[in-house]
Design a protein around this ligand. Sequence first.
Ligand code: GAF
Length: 383
Amino acid sequence: MNSEFSFKNYKDFSGQIEIESPGRINLIGEHTDYNNGFVMPTAIDKKIYFKLRKNDPVSLCRLYSETYNSSFEFSLEKIEKSENAWENYILGVVNEIQKLGKQLSGFDCVLKSELPIGAGISSSAALECGLASGLNELFDLQLSKIDIIELAQRAEHNFVGSNCGIMDQYASVMSKKDHLILLDCESLDAEYIPADFKNCKILLLNTRVSHSLADSEYNTRRQECEEGIRIIAEDNPQVKSLRDVDEQLLESHRDKLPGKIYERCSYVIEENIRVLKAAEAIKRGDLEKFGELMCASHDGLQHRYEVSCSELDFLVDLSRDKNFIHGARMMGGGFGGCTINLIEVDKIDDFIQEADKAYFKEFGIHPEPIIVEADAGTIIYKN
Ligand code: GAF
């Protein structure tokens, strides 16, 4: 670390630009984004905070994360993948900005995070989009919000190795306070729906597990869906994604589709229908129906898409028989992370205690309860 950059403290660093970059939740619509389908995420009031400023060395970039007491520096002339996971998000973003032919020069950046890593609330998208937004302002790169979203997604594909969809980056940048986004991942048309949960709140229970197969299985699911499309498109050349396949068309190809591939495709088609029904339900204030759809989503993810795990299933099962929890399911890519629960406010404390006791008894781990509000996307301050 260059001795001139000795900040070990977020508070004392004075940035020219400050960014608040939120994590996200997803109410319903899981593993549908990379299938050109529908999702219903929103940013949350838990964020990564950045301060950035230009520095003198022309191509030297220096970063420090207060949360992880970790720092690193690199030259803009030599961007290569790192062994260290969080560095790849940074390097990937810088690399994608350079690929667009945009001119950067050296910068210093300090950050701190409220987002637990591996909890499925998109600390990665918050990191990528926050840095991209900060550099956009600092160097006047003239990138639109959609440019930022898409370059952050490419950074994840090319530097981190996860072939993620667009949901997390979109939600982190584009959300509006107290609203859910009904996002069509094909057209990127978004409808903002008031997050009116009446006497309920959103409680996340972090399993605190993140099984190592998460990334490889994620990419495998994506390939399985692509294989389904390839088979269906053989005699239906208009089919480009699962968005173009309805239940009838899928059923007519059942014999040609290997069992697992059929299950994956069928789950995605059903989940898209559920998202649209959920949007109608929340608009008419029908939380019971909304919750039912969340539970059905979990069933599909557990049994047909097979991306859940025993820890997630345990917490969802615990929620299921409670009449004060309207819906519960795993959230995000799966194989760990959080469950999302739509729970009546006055029952939250008791349920957290019950879940803590039961989960600890079963797995020897205390789950982390996180109560979240639907919040705004990226916020930028210029000093
Ligand atoms: C992860 C991915 F990053 C998203 O794009 C999405 O596919 C999600 O898993 C599953 O819905 O968060």
